[in-house]
Ligand binder design. Structure first.
Ligand SMILES: NC(=O)c1ccc[n+]([C@@H]2O[C@H](COP(=O)([O-])OP(=O)(O)OC[C@H]3O[C@@H](n4cnc5c(N)ncnc54)[C@H](OP(=O)(O)O)[C@@H]3O)[C@@H](O)[C@H]2O)c1
Ligand SMILES: O=P(O)(O)OC[C@H](O)CO
Length: 323
């Protein structure tokens, strides 16, 4: 166990973290890291005047907070630097690669097989973090030492950080819930009530677990902060951009107008494509994701999506669960 009590930094050597991606999440993570008086924090984006090589020079940690569409580019840029194999790579992206269906941590591992890889994910709406509100998150890695180093780095009096050994489950919890948040936004936008919302979120979790365990996650991870925790935060907050998409569609707005109004990253739009493709190939039941997919493609209305979920064949509650 690590003592990360407030102010207990005396035994921690100074560390340098370079954050790649100065979007809202990268900026919020920089703010969190700066709570640690032993941390030197550099925030870099492709528009920064200094080079990436300069930004990561001497860094103990390199954290990627770019959106999914920027992961490949960021890997290519970082591969052109001389990053040593001891540098801990932390990924905070919540998405799946459209071509390979890989998670960001799998992509980072393929490109940098010698570097320890840590996933950081949890119920972490950036606007609440920016307001200094308390939160909890998870750092997960197959390398326990690397996860604990990231835990010491980010733990503060506003952030409680848990470590675990399931990076894929931690990553997929945060990724798959974005699709469910679109459905939750529809549910609230149509004012379907608390019963419907509870049913939706409860049925969303086994759907995430079916896909997640197929992709190598441990089922129990989905009951933790990065799974259920992030599902609850994102599906119940108007701050969530994925939720806002569903809410806007429920109000009859076309998708392009909703996205123009949000004008920020909405990972669930790409994730549902990958999720439904995997589900089709592997014949995994994902009824909620399928309706979100049809809705985003303009094949059904929000009302028809709700009806389609209710009209499904009757079944046992736990008959095809993997638990
Ligand atoms: N916002 C949250 O509350 C939150 C919380 C947890 C996790 N996340 C996850 O964090 C990731 C980033 O989200 P965000 O909210 O920070 O989105 P954002 O504000 O839209 O920022 C996206 C970031 O990705 C970078 N990027 C995009 N394409 C790139 C490319 N080809 N090469 C290099 N960089 C590229 C952008 O760089 P430029 O600025 O140079 O365009 C920007 O820094 C997403 O996967 C999201 O799910 C977000
Ligand atoms: O704004 P969203 O929908 O991308 O959600 C942000 C975070 O993933 C919440 O943990």
């Amino acid at each position: 166990m690590i003592n990360t009590a407030r102010g207990d930094r005396v035994d921690m050597a100074p560390v340098t973290i370079a954050i790649i991606g100065a979007g809202v999440w990268g900026a919020a993570l920089a703010r969190l890291a700066r709570q640690n008086p032993q941390a030197i924090v550099r925030l870099w984006s492709r528009r920064s005047p200094e080079s990436l090589a300069e930004a990561i020079g001497g860094a103990n940690f390199v954290l990627s907070a770019v959106s999914m569409k920027g992961v490949s580019d960021s890997i290519t840029r970082l591969a052109a630097t001389e990053m040593p194999p001891s540098t801990v790579l932390i990924t905070a992206t919540k998405g799946l690669d459209a071509q390979s269906h890989q998670t960001p941590s799998q992509m980072w591992h393929s490109a940098f097989p010698q570097n320890p890889i840590v996933v950081l994910s949890g119920p972490n709406l950036s606007q609440e973090i920016e307001h200094g509100l308390p939160a909890a998150t998870v750092v997960a890695s197959y390398d326990q030492g690397a996860a604990e180093a990231a835990q010491r780095l980010f733990a503060s009096n506003v952030l409680r950080v848990y470590a675990n050994l399931d990076p894929i489950g931690t990553e997929l919890g945060g990724t798959l819930k974005n699709v469910m948040a679109i459905a939750a936004g529809v549910c609230d936008g149509l004012q379907l009530g608390t019963n419907a919302k509870a049913a939706l979120l409860t049925r969303a979790l086994p759907e995430m677990i079916r896909i997640g365990t197929h992709l190598g996650a441990q089922a129990e991870t989905f009951f933790g902060l990065a799974g259920l925790g992030d599902l609850l935060a994102t599906c119940n907050s108007a701050l969530s951009r994925n939720y806002q998409v569903g809410y806007g569609l429920a109000q009859g707005k076309p998708l392009d107008r909703v996205l123009a109004e949000i004008h920020s990253t909405v990972e669930g739009i790409n994730t549902v494509e990958v999720l439904v493709a995997i589900a089709r190939e592997q014949q995994i039941p994902v009824p909620i994701a399928r309706q979100v997919h049809r809705l985003l493609h303009g094949q059904i209305t929000p009302q028809q999506a709700v009806r389609a979920l209710i009209d499904r064949d009757l079944k046992q509650e736990f008959e095809d669960e993997l638990l």
